[in-house]
Write a protein that binds this ligand. Structure first.
Ligand code: NAD
Length: 260
């Protein structure tokens, strides 16, 4: 049950949840590839990882670009020696009622969350299968992998899709000791969520405080945000779990917003 000396490639790791997962895996001895579309932030995050005493590398990657994903996974293996853990985490949010949703926005969101998960999974599985050391694939789902909210049609559809993908990877990967699981967080105060608060307030005609209290945290057991630390602890657990007993699963970390 350890990630020590494993190599983790984490997409969207220059900010928010992915960045904290990178730090926590590094603090437990994993070497880290920070994969992100934001080159400067990825380099800064990789430098911070190296300062924690493990190997780190920045991989500039748009997860929707097949060639960039292949090159980024190659760079990870070249710089760090292997890829044992994939955290498919890069994501965006776009809110709008369906009747106003631009098709281009629908396709953009689906591409980053679903196509990005597929492309990074395929590239990493090929390396994991060839190396023969097993592996762990972790998808960043959401409570919206299980539940719907108004204004988030493509996001809810995409997050549900990741659960299906994880189940297929669990079945296909089992013979290679590659496991796949999904983390489903409630609201976490990252840049992605900070942006939504004023947008939702405007769209719904309510105050920002009401968006937080009456929409985002309304159904939690205690009115609390989930934190990047909470999500990173789940990622460490999935990444370090040592057998196929825990595969094809999804875990909701949301202060009880959604209960299975
Ligand atoms: P964030 O905005 O802080 O970080 C997202 C990162 O993804 C950024 O560094 C961004 O540059 C990167 N990114 C965006 N598009 C990319 C692309 N095409 N290729 C590569 N990198 C790209 O957001 P966050 O809140 O940390 O979100 C991370 C993941 O967690 C997302 O999948 C999101 O849907 C999920 N999530 C977030 C919350 C929340 O409340 N914050 C809740 C549940 C799930």
């Amino acid at each position: 049950m350890s990630v020590k000396n494993k190599v983790a490639l984490i997409t969207g790791a220059a900010s928010g949840i992915g960045k904290r997962i990178a730090e926590v895996l590094a603090d437990n001895g994993a070497h880290i590839a920070i994969a992100d579309i934001n080159q400067a932030a990825a380099q800064a995050a990789a430098d911070e990882i190296k300062a924690r005493g493990v190997k780190g590398t920045a991989v500039v990657m748009d997860v929707t670009d097949e060639a960039a994903v292949e090159a980024g996974v190659d760079k990870t293996v070249k710089d760090l020696g292997s890829v044992d853990i994939l955290v498919s985490n890069a994501g965006i949010q776009i809110v709008n009622p369906i009747e106003n949703f631009a098709y281009s926005d629908w396709k953009k969101l689906m591409a980053i969350h679903v196509d990005g998960a597929f492309l990074t999974t395929r590239a990493c599985l090929r390396r994991m299968y060839a190396a023969g050391n097993g592996g762990s694939v972790i998808y960043m789902g959401s409570v919206h992998s299980k539940e719907a909210s108004k204004l988030k049609a493509p996001y809810v559809a995409a997050k549900h899709a990741l659960i299906g993908l994880a189940k297929v990877v669990a079945k296909e990967g089992a013979a290679h000791k590659v496991r796949a699981n999904v983390i489903c967080p409630g609201f976490v105060r990252t840049p992605l969520v900070e942006k939504q608060i004023p947008e939702q307030a405007k769209e719904l005609g309510i105050s920002e405080a009401d968006v937080i209290k009456n929409i985002m945290l309304k159904d939690t057991v205690d009115g609390e945000f989930t934190t990047v630390d909470d999500v990173a602890a789940c990622a460490l657990f999935f990444a370090g779990f040592g057998s196929n007993a825990l595969t094809g699963q999804s875990i909701v970390v949301s202060h009880g917003w959604f209960m299975q």
